[in-house]
Write a protein that binds this ligand. Structure first.
Ligand code: NAD
Ligand code: UD1
Length: 339
């Protein structure tokens, strides 16, 4: 099948493109490169061993999307394009609402105009808000605590409405937990701009000597070692989850389906720092800092629905997540070719 990946040059999109090509599908990347580099495409092509089609454009450009969907004879869309920083979303809510909401509405209009009826959407565990119980299952109440989270929740609601109104639409909302790691080649991975907000890229830069130490945001949580617990999932496992979702939609037909994509295991900040030190052979100096506003103590997935219905489970462990991050950091980011 020919699959359009909006935001396909980004962190998760590029890994999903590799997984799609590996399974014999054809990937067409659609990206405005607002948070990715054009040369990621060459690195992607080195991994898959052939050219990959790329369209430079904005998802809010409905006309362009329509032309691409029609001319390229696209069978399904995976919608990664959007802005994703929680902190930034509080400072620039309008950018988040226009990019994420308007972008999705534009895509839905283009899909309707061209008869493309299969959509996989990048949602997030952030839609669960403050956990009322753990592990988080798909039936857990949803809420939003910041504009980024609100865009994810609102898009899920829009997709549910659109799905109810159009009996042909096949939609899967995938709620990612904490994607980390990189492709085993070290050629593609996560390359945040500036000082990273997220834990894994921050630790990688400490190991690389670019940052002096890790600030541990709170060591007094009600968790085994007092630090925040999250469900880190290897980005290659996550990418494979998208393949499973596409296959599921093809098999099950119209509907609006929601799945957690996580491992079901919680890892603390200190455990991740220790695992990274082990994988990289570098010390990760750390200092306890105040809690980060908006953070929860613990968040991890109930994964049975994805296992039972999609036939998908995450296979890669913490060591592989850290080793692949370190390989990308040393082989690509430190060479100045990936950031
Ligand atoms: P990313 O920033 O690396 O990738 C997003 C891509 O979309 C970038 O290449 C960017 O240039 C592109 N883009 C942004 N706005 C666009 C627009 N208007 N038109 C065209 N292209 C546009 O982010 P990612 O980590 O790969 O995340 C992909 C998706 O998954 C996002 O929707 C994000 O909210 C969601 N998600 C990510 C995480 C995470 O931790 N990375 C967790 C949960 C959900
Ligand atoms: C954050 C976002 C979430 C988003 C996810 C993936 C917030 C409040 N939540 O999740 O919406 O889906 O990123 O992009 O921003 N930590 C440190 N020191 C650091 C960085 C993080 O101790 O320098 C701790 C945090 O307090 C947390 C854990 O590490 O306990 C993971 O943090 P992070 O990687 O930012 O992910 P989330 O907060 O889970």
């Amino acid at each position: 099948m020919k699959v359009l990946l909006t935001g396909g040059a980004g962190y998760i999109g590029s890994h999903t493109a590799v997984a799609l090509c590996g399974a014999g599908h054809e990937a067409v990347l659609f990206d405005n490169f607002s948070n990715s580099r054009r040369d990621v495409v060459e690195r992607l092509e080195r991994i898959v061993g052939h050219r990959v089609a790329v369209v430079e454009g904005d998802v809010r450009d409905t006309g362009l999307l329509q032309r691409v969907l029609r001319d390229q004879e696209i069978g399904a869309v995976i919608h990664f394009a959007g802005l994703k920083s929680v902190g930034e979303s509080a400072e620039k809510p309008l950018e988040y609402y226009t990019n994420n909401l308007q972008g999705t509405l534009s895509l839905l209009a283009a899909m309707r105009a061209t008869g493309v009826d299969t959509l996989v959407f990048s949602s997030s565990a952030t839609v669960y808000g403050e956990p009322e119980y753990l592990p988080l299952d798909e039936a857990h109440p949803t809420s939003a605590t910041n504009p980024y989270g609100r865009t994810k929740l609102q898009i899920e609601e829009i997709l549910a409405d659109v799905g109810r109104a159009d009996a042909a639409l096949k939609i899967a909302c995938l709620r990612y937990f904490n994607p980390v790691g990189a492709h085993e080649s070290g050629l593609i991975g996560e390359s945040p701009n500036g000082i990273p907000n997220n834990l894994m890229p921050y630790i990688a830069q400490v190991a690389a000597g670019k940052l002096t130490h890790l600030n541990v945001f709170g060591a007094d949580y009600d968790t085994p070692d007092g630090t925040g617990v999250r469900d880190y999932i290897h980005v290659v496992d996550l990418a494979e989850g998208h393949l499973a979702a596409l296959e599921y939609l093809a098999e099950h037909g119209p509907g609006d389906y929601t799945f957690n994509l996580g491992t079901g295991h919680g890892t603390s900040v200190l455990q991740l720092a220790d695992a990274f030190a082990e994988a990289s052979g570098k010390a990760i100096p750390r200092k306890v800092a105040p809690r980060r506003p908006g953070d929860v103590a613990a968040c991890y997935a109930k994964t049975e629905k994805a296992r039972d219905e999609l036939g998908w489970t995450a296979k890669r462990g913490l060591a592989e997540m850290c080793e692949s991050t370190w390989r990308f950091q040393t082989q690509t980011l430190n060479q100045g070719t990936g950031a």
